[in-house]
Write a protein that binds this ligand. Sequence first.
Ligand code: IPM
Ligand code: MG
Length: 360
Amino acid sequence: MTKQKVYDIAVIPGDGIGVEITDVALEVMNKVAAKYKMQLNFTKVLAGGCAFDKYGEPLPAETVVQCKKSAAVLLGAVGGPKWDTLPGDKRPEKALLGIRAALGLYANLRPAKIYDVLKGASPLKDAIIESGVDVLIVRELTGGIYFGERGRRAENGVVTAFDSEAYSEKEIARITHTAFAAAMKRRKKVTLVDKANVLESSRLWREVVAKIAPEYPEVALNYMYVDNASMQLVRNPAQFDVILTSNLFGDILSDEASMITGSIGMLASASMREDSFGMYEPIHGSAPDIAGKDLANPLAQILSAAMLFEYSLGMSEPARNIENAVEKVLEKGYRTGDIWTEGFTKVGTKKMGELVLAEL
Ligand code: IPM
Ligand code: MG
């Protein structure tokens, strides 16, 4: 008999709908684990608003310690209006930035894919999405303006605030390798999105990326300014395979890309470093308005779990198993409120979870 593999997984349900959708995802993970003869030990830890309420800080030290001890982290969502008036360093968002930095998760992978059965949910005209949308945004996650020098100064009574965008060759190089390696497993195209017509940091991105590209001769590389890219995403999204970009541009473009698919409640993401360790979370937020009402779409969280199996546990079969189960449930016509249209069967969070479990 082969020995059963055991993995420790840290789980951060967070705030709002994070709590209910992670519960559903854990059930899915347990079922898949049993099927593929592994054991997953989940440890729930606090981060975000709930951590502030309990400890007075959004990212308690023991949360980081537990994450570091684990093979991977599954995160729900953090934040809510209750904590919106807190000072910057106490806000739930600070937990997210803090954990990315503390765990060294510099590579954020955000796939935006249109499901055939959900094409009707896209706000774009049929003619535009006809050729499909399957973009992977590779966003640098621990550098740039998010973590650069910032501050305020007053001169003659006039206050000036500044945030600086700084990138080292090393930071650019490692995320570039992530993007090209991802492209090799996809349609072999990388678009570097920057603002090299204005920003010096963008010009360094171009130099570093151009130097690395020849190491991946099969991958086609092109460059696009971010203003043009945001327009091209709604004009002709099919032209993109992998978008490689900085922290801030990636933040903005990934929201745009998710909207194009029409189903932000479906999109998963992974935040990685060099080794297999990663943090997996839906790209949607904590949706406090529908929290606790059994209305949230758990599919992005379930698909985040699929990414966890693939990238951190190195097993693509369980990942495909989960993805196929999700597609089958959609094909059978089941929808949560966010992706529901006339003629389909509306279900709640728990029911959606049960339907996926039944297909595994
Ligand atoms: C995201 C979010 C975060 C970010 C916020 C909540 C800090 O928008 O993950 O895209 O800007 O990175
Ligand atoms: Mg964002």
